[in-house]
Design a protein around this ligand. Structure first.
Ligand code: NPW
Ligand code: ADP
Ligand code: K
Length: 490
């Protein structure tokens, strides 16, 4: 699914109004009704709902929500920012609300802020997709007031006020949301870790915007969900044999980091590779044979037959002392390559190695490794842009790992939607390397191996939460859930 920017979302609104022969007010009422349905189902009717409205259409939504809640006998209190300029639909809804018995509180200064009662709810309808500058003046004071109060829940309409949809809000004040009722589609800002403290649970409300419009739009960003993964997935040929599913070579592990190598190997086999050879330190050849008898092994300094392997994965737990082997691999490999961890760190520290990165290689840095490779950026949006740029320059795939891992390929960024904080334990990345190396060996092109691998890795972690908590989950648990993750694609 494409991620649209603020201006495209505005156009989407207009196209819908045209094609469905609606008024913009009717569309706003549709949106408000969806929000109210959610509120009725999820909020406690006994608590007061304080609604804060700007004077644009986000504020218009707030007023339309207020009118519906009033008719349902909710206890509400409505506040609007004082001002001269307002949108037509805001004015229409204000007029309608003024015709009821409800008193509306105009906010001219901080003295007008209502005294909030403990256990109340706040609806944040100050600014939505039309935000065009950081909060300052009275909206900033209000945001600080609400953020310091901590009501029972803050429900943001469309987006938390103060957050830009498609560029960085780094350093700005934003109203912290607990629940976000967003219209029709995810917004790019929801996938950005630097916004994390302001984001709550996200609920995408279908307000019936034109179904075709997103397909007519250019976008540099997409999200990868179950449908996306299903389209990439290649079911196994029933007549296939071990040769059909590729022979992978994993080059991993060093003293003190043997586990990384073992975890990568285990995940590689559980992802369906036909044959796996492990180039591991000699001292773990025997533990490998015992714990993972399906894997073959070779000595670290044994000559590699470059024609033999369908994919090579290098890096998990490799240590920084393996310069010769990474150089050898970068120079000679004929197979699709995945580079992770110390493989990346050695490349970052050496320009010659950097120049040897083969086309279509998959690099899987976490943010620190990315910074070592490509430099620091002012904010996360810039880092994502840099990942897109570098992936084009190097003709490779960059998997920028995080809560919503970004896969940068061919100038497009794909945000992954699976996974959870249970993955924040050393070893999760090693497991991912094994998974992607396995998919490469099975013939997936680099971009698809990366997207599907990241999706399955996260899904296995989500499925594992049926038995584990986000605290107790271990990377090695993922192996047990890869099977269910694959089954969900069939
Ligand atoms: N798209 C859809 O599908 C649908 C969209 N709908 C709703 O419309 C919303 C978009 O509405 P919108 O375009 O009127 O913009 P909105 O967010 O209300 O803000 C603009 C106003 O705020 C002002 N302003 C901006 N930044 C400011 C700041 N920092 N500090 C102070 N002022 C600031 C700006 O004034 P200006 O700076 O231009 O003078 C302008 O007056 C969208 O999020 C959704 O809720 C639904 O009803 C139906 C379906
Ligand atoms: N909060 C989180 N939500 C979702 N995924 C996460 C989270 N934290 C970490 N991960 C995932 O866990 C993996 C961690 O990789 P990495 O930092 O290389 O770990 P390690 O080197 O210890 O194996 C990545 O795939 C990342 O996307
Ligand atoms: K809002």
């Amino acid at each position: 699914m494409k991620l649209l920017n603020a201006s495209q979302i505005h156009q989407w609104d207009q196209i819908t109004i045209q094609n469905q022969q609606l008024t913009s007010l009717e569309l706003m009422e549709r949106a408000a009704k969806k929000c109210v349905d959610w509120i009725v189902e999820n909020l406690d009717k006994k608590s007061t709902i304080y609604i804060f409205c700007g004077r644009g259409n986000n504020g218009g939504d707030g007023l339309a929500i207020a009118k519906l809640l009033l008719s349902l006998d909710f206890n509400i209190q409505v506040n609007i920012l004082a001002g001269e300029k307002s949108s037509a639909d805001f004015e229409a809804n204000l007029k309608a609300l003024k015709s009821t018995s409800l008193e509306i509180n105009e906010l001219h200064s901080a003295n007008d802020f209502p005294k909030l009662e403990a256990n109340c709810y706040v609806v944040d309808a100050l600014f939505g997709s039309g935000i065009n500058k950081p909060l300052n003046g009275l909206p900033l004071e209000l945001a600080n007031y609400l953020n310091n109060f901590s009501p029972k829940k803050v429900i943001a309409i469309d987006v938390p006020s103060g957050m830009f949809l498609d560029h960085s809000s780094y350093g700005n004040t934003i109203i912290q949301a607990d629940e976000i009722l967003t219209f029709q589609t995810y917004k790019q800002c929801f996938f950005i870790a630097e916004n994390a403290q302001y984001l709550g649970n996200i609920h995408v409300l279908d307000i019936g915007l034109d179904a075709e419009f997103p397909y007519t739009q250019e976008s540099n960003f997409e999200i990868t969900d179950a449908n996306f993964a299903k389209n990439i997935y290649q079911p196994r040929n029933p007549f296939g044999h071990k040769g059909t599913f590729g022979h992978a070579l994993l080059i991993a592990g060093s003293q003190g980091k043997y586990g990384a190598a073992l975890m990568a190997a285990h995940a590689c086999l559980r992802t369906g590779v036909g044959l796996l050879t492990c180039n591991f330190p000699e001292e773990i050849a025997m533990p490998l044979a015992i714990t993972l008898p399906e894997a073959m092994s070779m000595k670290r300094n044994e000559t590699i037959d470059w024609d033999k392997y369908k994919s090579i994965g290098i890096g998990p737990g490799l240590g920084m002392e393996s310069f010769d082997i990474i150089k050898d691999v970068l120079t000679h490999t004929k197979s699709p390559l995945l580079i992770d961890a110390d493989g990346l760190n050695m490349i970052a520290a050496n320009d010659e190695l950097k120049s040897l990165i083969p086309q279509n290689a998959i690099l899987t840095p976490h943010p620190k490794e990315f910074e070592r490779l490509f430099g620091k950026t002012a904010n996360e949006f810039d880092r994502i842009d840099l990942a897109l740029q570098k992936s084009q320059e190097l003709h490779c795939v960059i998997v920028l790992k995080g809560h919503n891992t970004l896969i940068a390929a061919d100038g497009v960024g794909y945000f992954n939607t699976t996974g959870n904080v249970g993955l924040a334990t050393g070893g999760s990345g090693d497991t991912l390397s094994g998974i992607i190396t396995s998919l490469l060996a099975q013939g997936y092109i680099s971009k698809n191996a990366a997207i599907l691998g990241v999706y399955l890795h996260g899904l296995a972690a989500d499925l594992a939460l049926s038995k584990q908590s986000v605290e107790s989950l271990l990377p090695s648990d993922l192996n047990q859930y890869l099977g269910m993750a694959f089954k969900s694609l069939g």
